[in-house]
Ligand binder design. Structure first.
Ligand code: NAD
Ligand code: DAU
Length: 352
């Protein structure tokens, strides 16, 4: 088995599906707290899959994590669990400190105790893979070179500060205790099962529901977009071949200004599902107040992971965004569950 945390979220859910699609891959124990961002509907296709074991719980729960490690003896831990939305971190940073910093600390401590008691091959092969973000490097100007693994950490939001802290803990557990860790710092993901608080799914669904498409500030902020399937393949590569204690930047080589991303989505929707009044979805674009402390530009230099491990993204932004828009049109049940909030009924049914 491997232990995946946060596997009911956007990237973790895609990773679990992607991993289990390989019949030769190990099974997964999936530990997720099912916050508002956790959605078991994403894992519906695994209902009768004996290689997937779902555990409802918190990475900060020492007793539970210790029990899971003892029972399932995982070959690796892949840590996706986090509070991940920058705007929410601005409104309420406490959960970000609790899960991203204290939760990761607890996971590291449980992993250390587990790994210390392993011997032979299981000890040699064990990995702690920490999934992090490019936001830890701060903000770039238009002319700065893209972030490499050597950039200093300059986080600007409560979210990125909490992820930076977790990266430092992971690094320290390698240097001090020898825990076999690898960290990946990834750019903005997009694709299926993305919760519509984030720009791309929000714009697709707002467009279809005749709502405004909110653009923060002047819309010229730049993000480096990576299709989530490519992120999953990068994690598999780093988990299999990454050098212990190293960090790897993962990116899509797809820098785009927000306004261009939104206009591209509008154009695709104009073709696939035209508005009844015949006008373009671009008409719904609305400029709104900017995010406080909004980072201007992120860009990832993903040369190291290509040079050392031979990984490169398969999708361009044009192919990935088209697939993504089509996915939202083709999956009304998942979408309706999220929009209506009914996906959360499971929690009530199961735990009340
Ligand atoms: P998400 O918000 O969609 O999912 C997070 C998942 O973690 C949810 O299922 C949630 O229920 C679970 N979770 C939250 N707190 C938990 C806790 N205390 N214990 C157990 N589970 C908990 O996030 P995502 O977009 O899938 O991001 C996954 C990881 O990738 C995060 O660590 C994030 O920082 C990182 N990352 C995300 C992006 C991106 O563009 N989305 C880019 C780079 C890095
Ligand atoms: O860079 C990686 C990060 O990407 C991850 O670590 C985070 O978990 C993930 O949420 C994402 O952070 P961003 O803040 O870049 O993503 P978001 O989708 O919230 O916003 C993308 C850009 O679009 C950003 O510049 C803010 C802007 N935006 C966002 C929303 C929700 C808008 O203009 N309007 C909006 O309504």
């Amino acid at each position: 088995m491997i232990l995946v945390t946060g596997g009911a979220g956007f990237i973790g859910g895609n990773f679990v599906l992607n991993w289990l699609a390989d019949p030769n891959a190990e099974g997964i124990v999936n530990l997720d707290k099912l916050t508002y961002a956790g959605n078991l509907a994403t894992l519906d296709s695994l209902k009768n899959n004996e290689r997937h074991e779902f555990m409802h719980g918190d990475i900060g729960d020492k007793e539970l994590v210790t029990k899971l490690l003892k029972e399932y003896k995982p070959r690796a831990i892949v840590n996706f669990a986090a509070e991940s939305h920058v705007d929410r971190s601005i409104c309420g940073p406490a959960d970000f400190v609790e899960t991203n910093i204290v939760g990761t600390f607890n996971l590291l401590e449980c992993a250390r105790e587990y790994w210390n008691n392993l011997e032979g091959n299981p000890r040699e092969e064990f990995r702690f893979h920490h999934v992090s973000t490019d936001e830890v490097y701060g903000s770039l100007s238009l002319t700065d070179p893209a972030f490499t693994e050597k950039n200093s950490y300059e986080p600007n939001s409560p979210y990125s500060a909490s992820k930076a802290a977790s990266d430092h803990l992971v690094r320290a557990w390698f240097h001090t205790y020898g825990l076999p860790v690898v960290t990946t710092n990834c750019s903005n993901n997009y694709g299926p099962y993305h919760f519509p608080e984030k720009l791309i799914p929000l714009v697709i669904l707002n467009a279809l529901h005749s709502k405004p498409l909110p653009i923060y500030g002047d819309g010229q902020q730049i993000r480096d977009w990576l299709y989530v399937g490519d992120h999953c393949s990068a994690i598999r590569e780093v988990l299999a071949k990454g050098k212990l204690g190293e960090t790897y930047n993962i990116g899509g080589w797809n820098e785009k200004a927000n306004i261009d991303v939104v206009k591209t989505i509008c154009t695709i929707l104009d073709g696939l599902k035209p508005r009844v009044d015949g006008k373009s979805y671009v008409e719904q674009i609305t400029y709104v107040k900017d995010r406080p402390g909004h980072d201007r530009r992120y860009a990832i230099d993903a040369s190291k992971v290509e040079r050392d491990l031979g990984w490169r993204p398969a999708e361009t932004f044009d192919t990935g965004i088209r697939k993504t828009v089509q996915w939202y049109l083709d999956n009304p049940i998942w979408v309706d569950g999220v929009v209506s909030g009914s996906y959360r009924d499971w929690l009530q049914k199961q735990y009340n």
